[in-house]
Design a protein around this ligand. Structure first.
Ligand code: KMH
Ligand code: ZN
Length: 298
């Protein structure tokens, strides 16, 4: 009897598609939403962030999605701090360093664009406006185009953050009108389960896959209680994973996350069970087309 095609025949990990043999694990250790006072284990200082990054690399992370905090542990997009953070993560780890251009919901567009002047390997680029709990995460079309344009100019590889299905149509429009990103490869992160965005379940993840641009790879992130359903659905569909305390503070029912490495280690273990073990940072650079941006100190 002929075997039915397995996950490697789905979009996002079709046979021969880059990365299909392994799993990119991104850690998002901090975010902009949780207060240090409420979550004392949240990494907010540069030392805490570097230590977290090393621990997470050790257990299987290949990329880090970074939000930085100021001396009072409040979210900041201070350029000096961002540059210092990129330099420290480059010298202390081999991780692909991705800066958030999403920042906090209160951050102005000009500050979010300036993040790119820190010349990270990669940066997030959210593909549309979404209700974000009781707030609005604003991403106007012209702003998205400007982010995409500046990343192309600087050689920074975007990760397109998708909070709702219509944002995948916006991504197709962006690529049609403004060309492929730096690196020549399209990589998407489905951020699922944000109150106001798409739900974090297997049916929605499968619906998203039909809308992905041809040849694109995808990661998926389940926020809060969507963490595990999205993780399993993404692995089953041949996708990659983002985990971390930005997205969830609960490890299991009634059990708080100990630290980011605990979440990465669990994702890495499940990726091995799925026969798609964690990809190394260098494998991920190859897949996503990441090179050191022009002008970045090595
Ligand atoms: N903090 C959220 C408002 C990103 O990093 O690009 C946006 C966010 C997305 O976290
Ligand atoms: Zn983020």
């Amino acid at each position: 009897m002929a075997e039915t095609p397995g996950p490697s025949a789905t979009r996002g990990a079709a046979p021969g598609r880059p990365g299909a043999h392994g799993t990119l694990i991104t850690v998002a250790p901090t975010g902009a939403e949780h207060a240090k006072a409420d979550v004392p284990t949240l990494p907010v200082t540069l030392d805490e962030l570097v230590r977290t990054a090393r621990d997470c690399e050790h257990v299987g992370a290949a990329m880090i999605h970074v939000h930085v905090r100021d001396d009072q542990a409040r979210p900041t997009l201070d350029l000096g701090r961002l540059r210092e953070t990129v330099a420290a993560l480059r010298s202390e780890t081999n991780l692909v360093v991705q800066l958030s251009t999403g920042g906090a919901v209160t951050d102005p567009e000009a500050d979010r664009l300036r993040v790119l002047d820190a010349l990270p390997d990669s940066a997030s680029c959210t593909m549309g406006t979404v209700n974000f709990g009781d707030d609005v995460f604003l991403n106007r079309w012209e702003f998205i185009v400007e982010l995409h344009r500046r990343m192309r100019e600087r050689g920074i590889v975007p990760e397109y953050e998708i909070f709702d299905l219509g944002q995948l149509a916006a991504l197709r429009r962006l690529l049609d009108e403004h060309g492929l990103p730096a690196g020549g490869h399209v990589h998407v992160d489905l951020v699922m389960g944000v109150p106001g965005g798409m739900p974090g379940d297997a049916e929605t993840l499968v619906a998203a896959l039909r809308l992905l641009p041809e040849g694109a790879t995808f990661s998926a992130t389940g926020v809060g209680r969507a963490t595990l359903p999205v993780l399993f659905a993404s692995l089953a569909a041949g996708g990659h994973l983002r985990v971390g305390m930005e997205d969830t503070l609960s490890y299991a029912r009634g059990e708080r996350v100990r630290d980011n490495a605990q979440l990465v280690a669990r994702a890495a273990g499940l990726a091995r069970v799925a026969q798609r073990p964690p990809l190394t940072p260098d494998e991920v650079r190859e897949i996503l087309g990441v090179r050191l941006p022009a002008g970045a100190p090595s």
